[in-house]
Design a protein around this ligand. Sequence first.
Ligand code: SF4
Length: 387
Amino acid sequence: MELLEKLKILGSAAKYDVCATTANRSDNRKRPWGKLPSSGICHSFTPDGRCISLFKVLMTNECVSDCAYCPNRFDQNIQRVSFTPEELSKLFMQFYERNYVSGLFLSSGIAINRQRTLEKMLKAIEILRYQHKFKGYIHLKVLPGASQEYIEKAVELSDRLSINAEVPNNEYLHKLSELKDFNNDIVEPMKLIDNLSQKKNYITQSTQFIVGAAGEKDKEILATTNQLYKDVGLRRAYFSAFQPIKGTPLAKNNSSSVKREHRLYQADFLLRKYDFNFNDLIFEENGQLSENIDPKLAIALNKADKFPLEINKASYHELLEVPGIGPVSAKRIIRGRKKFSIKTLNQLKNIGAVTKRAAPFITINGKKVGDIDNLLANKEYKQLSLF
Ligand code: SF4
């Protein structure tokens, strides 16, 4: 088969692996990262914040595994193709030399067994690094259950490594696959990656959850994510709303909403960037985040007696608790206050705060500029606050 024909199949099959915060199904041209045309090129962010084009592809769509949501699982009637390491590296270099891409995102099904497939993936990367002297960004999806030998090599050759957690614990994992063990195949290799990459501070580790595939709750997903941030030095978690795929055992299940995925990203952002604790997050009685109230507003309303805060006196951490004020605007407020006092909402808006959201939670020089009671009377919040 022609290489480009293989690329069409294996590039398209890679769309289920997430390497950026937007869903692949997004059609928004202003935010192209995460999207994957059939050519296998998508946009993503490197750990230092640059947006780059990635050659995103599977080594093979053959797979001996049984993940219930996956179109590549062993019993699917699809055309199976594989790259050799030489083919993959050659194709990548052709794209790279034409400036179509500047990095590689390599994932794979499991052909024959995990170690053999990983060996081929690593061989392809070795060819890029050593024969073609490619020094750019490489994100390698490590297959669950990878051995120490292969993880060592992966750490040596890559910039970002990820192992898909998919679900929050073993109980849910067993609903999706009889062949994977959460601790042995996912958490232990993550720990190994963390240990081995301690000395190489440019290596980052991420993971992905398929939201709603096994009936798990947002609270469980975020508790595990939070734990992984602490235990294995995870840098990012990606959330992908479950979509049923024809022919798979979950084909008749309902899809998860993109709104749910979005709320998980918002809550995760609070844990990673806003110094919130997991215990600050507010969940509904059924363990889900509210789809109607964003997680930061829900937390603020739950601590309503703390507000309003005086914008000219609040500390950095207090400012971060105000809806509409993020880390960037909080820093600007603190810096600006050394030279002038904030007198109007407009001034705050120019600093970068979303004043419509912040107003009920602040005073400016002792004067109220919004009404928190209106928000507390909100029906959606009242329901949420019961729990
Ligand atoms: S390991 Fe599971 S998710 Fe990955 S390709 Fe195989 S069946 Fe699909």
